[in-house]
Structure formats: C-alpha cells, structure tokens
Design a protein around this ligand. Structure first.
Ligand code: RTP
Length: 141
C-alpha cells in the first residue's frame, strides 16, 4: 500500500468516459478542490487507441485489456494534473477501491459507481507514474 508522503507531488487524475457522460465532472473536481489540492492542468480529450494502449501498457496481458481500451476510447475523458503534499496516495483514498462495490461509501467510486469496467476515474499509483502520465498529458495539452 502507498505510504503517506510529505513531498509536494503531482497526480494524474482522469475522469473516464462514463463519468463525463453521466455529468460527474463538477462533483469530482469539487471533491479534490475541497480536500485542498491544486489543479495545475485540465483538458477534455478524446483518447486515441494508441495512447490508451500506452497508458494501460502494464495491463496488456489481462483478459479485460481489449474491453478496457474500448471503454476508455468510447468518449471524451477529462485529463487533470493535481498538485499537493501526498496527493498521489490521498487521491487513491478519495477515489476508493478499483471495484466500486468494494469501495467505501464516501469515496468517489463508493458513492458514484457499481461496475469495475465503469469505475468513473483513474488516479496515478505512484509519484513516478504521476510524472510520467502528466508528461504524456502535457504532450497533448
Ligand atoms: P486506475 O488505473 O484506473 O486508477 O485503476 P486501478 O489502479 O484501481 O486498477 P487497475 O488494476 O490498474 O486497472 C485499471 C483499470 O482497468 C479496468 N479493469 N477492469 N476485471 C476487470 O474487468 C477489470 N479490472 C480492471 C478498470 O477500469 C480499472 O480502473
């Protein structure tokens, strides 16, 4: 599990197509703002297949990979960079477990989602990946 950090970090947070389509963008941004993190980049973006495959390359061998790529490219996503002390681990807590049925009430997935394959949001799993993913985002900003 991620240990809370005292470093100023950046996390790449992405509202997935279901979150955008369901009108949850304002609610989700609001949760990160109220927590006290700083929004340093934001873009509405239709993700091309190649970039989706690059973003999820660690999951390439999983049986659900084709469905995941289809899902993430099915409509626009909201790409964001959020900055703050310990933001990477904190964002994962705000987001909740990957399977929304196991996510605690009070978390984004716990409150707003049901299916793993429609779980509304992505958050970086380490400060290194935060940097890498935001680097990819900056290319397209
Ligand atoms: P994320 O990267 O989106 O923040 O999600 P995560 O770390 O909580 O979960 P991860 O295991 O990295 O999986 C990435 C995304 O793939 C989809 N997924 N589908 N069994 C399935 O059908 C399945 N498992 C994972 C989810 O959209 C998950 O967020």
């Amino acid at each position: 599990h991620l240990v809370a950090s005292l470093e100023v970090e950046q996390s790449y947070i992405m509202i997935k197509p279901d979150g955008v389509q369901r009108g949850l963008v304002g609610e989700i941004i609001s949760r990160f703002e109220k927590k006290g993190f700083k929004l340093t980049g934001l873009k509405l973006f239709q993700c091309p297949q190649e970039l989706a495959e690059e973003h999820y390359k660690d999951l390439q061998s999983k049986p659900f990979f084709p469905k995941l790529i289809q899902y993430i490219t099915s409509g626009p996503v909201v790409c964001m960079a959020w900055e703050g002390v310990g933001v990477v681990a904190s964002a994962r807590k705000l987001i909740g477990a990957t399977n929304p049925l196991q996510a605690e009430p009070g978390t984004i997935r716990g409150d707003l989602a049901v299916q793993t394959g429609r779980n509304v949001i992505h958050g970086s799993d380490s400060p290194e990946n935060g940097k890498r993913e935001i680097g990819n985002l900056c290319c397209i900003l």
